[in-house]
Design a protein around this ligand. Sequence first.
Ligand code: PHE
Length: 456
Amino acid sequence: MEKRSSFSGKIGFVLAAAGSAVGLGNIWRFPYLAAKYGGGIFLLVYIILALTFGYALMTAEIALGRKTGLSAIGAFKSLNKKFSFVGWLAALVPVIILPYYSVIGGWVMKYLYAFVTGGGTSAAADGYFGGFISAAGEPVLWFAIFLGITALVVLFGVEKGIEKVSKIMMPVLVVLSIGIAIYSLTMPGAMDGLKYYILPDFTRLDASTPLEYAQILGKTALAAMGQMFYSMSLAMGIMITYGSYMKKDVNLESSVKNIEIFDTGIAFLAGLMIIPAVFSFSGGTPEALGAGPSLMFITLPKVFETMMGGQIIGAAFFVLVLFAALTSSISLFETVLSFVCDKTKIGRKMACLIVFVGSLLVGLLSCFGYSIWDSVLVFGYQFLDFFDFISNSVLMPIVAFLTCVFVGYVIKPKAITDEVELSGKSKRRGVFTVMIKYVAPIFIVLILISSLFISL
Ligand code: PHE
């Protein structure tokens, strides 16, 4: 068998995994969910889940990969044949995410183009975003360009180049985001937004009976859980693959800690940039807070508009977001591609073309869902929201649940903690075992059940 190449050391591993983890999920998705689901309540639930469940699942996935030296399907299969279907299910997730992720990547390119060509002011105008996504042609063009760039990078194997660039871009993104967040906080009315974002306020919940509270909290927890999987690239086999490239002497436990801090930190900052600004511009009405996928694109240009040099800052910001998005879309594309290559005899070039064309076709649904097919709803969702929901709120919880059962009861937590301890004594052996056997699976079941009640 070919020897697997590996990351050079801990820093290399953490940066590569963080490159996959930090992306549109942190900057675009996290703030709109936090805005929609009660601000501080969402933030609190998210942090609790990340520290308990997220930590356990990420540890389990990376260790599974490193232990077996294989990616998802092979890893499950080699440890227990009956569970290879979990690997298959996990492999399905990036297939669903890649197309719509690239649609959003296209939106970022459109805004970058607007700011670079001096159109920042019009991008801040009311109705700009709606006008853009409801046109039949333009969003498709930007989507195809974004997906095309991703495919080319993967085809020519220049990921290393992109990763090098993003190692510089990422810290710049952090610094710029801190600057923008501080600016947002100084805008009139922003303090109410800050309070909304960081202080959990249960009196704001639109509920009066215990059942209503359970429903709303269940819905919030489901959104937070899906977001955690998405943002940390969990429950889709990606961390298993990354783990398979990790050397045995790299400290697994502290790597997980670093990735989590990085990922959650950037998401928190993105919320700090956007949510106070929503309050400043619109007083934090439920409509404005519930804007969903459009929130970042509507709010940030308005912030840049009021800033000195906003045109340049806006352009810089969208370049950085584009790089963060590309490192993530590359890892998504790469995963789908290796899946196609492993399971068929198709060569890499041809497989690349197939993934590109396939994703293009599926992504068209998400584009047209906002324009010519905006009256078509799938289970009450627009296409993009539907793909997002199916992957984050249905498939990923199922994969995560099965992974917990697999580790907790089939191969037993010791198999994982022993692997973790190859590179140093673990302080969280006991915690991990309790998490993966009891806490995490019970969380998932409770969250799924309570959110089922919503639709009843
Ligand atoms: N974690 C990435 C983000 O937050 C999205 C992603 C998911 C990337 C799955 C790769 C795989 O944007």
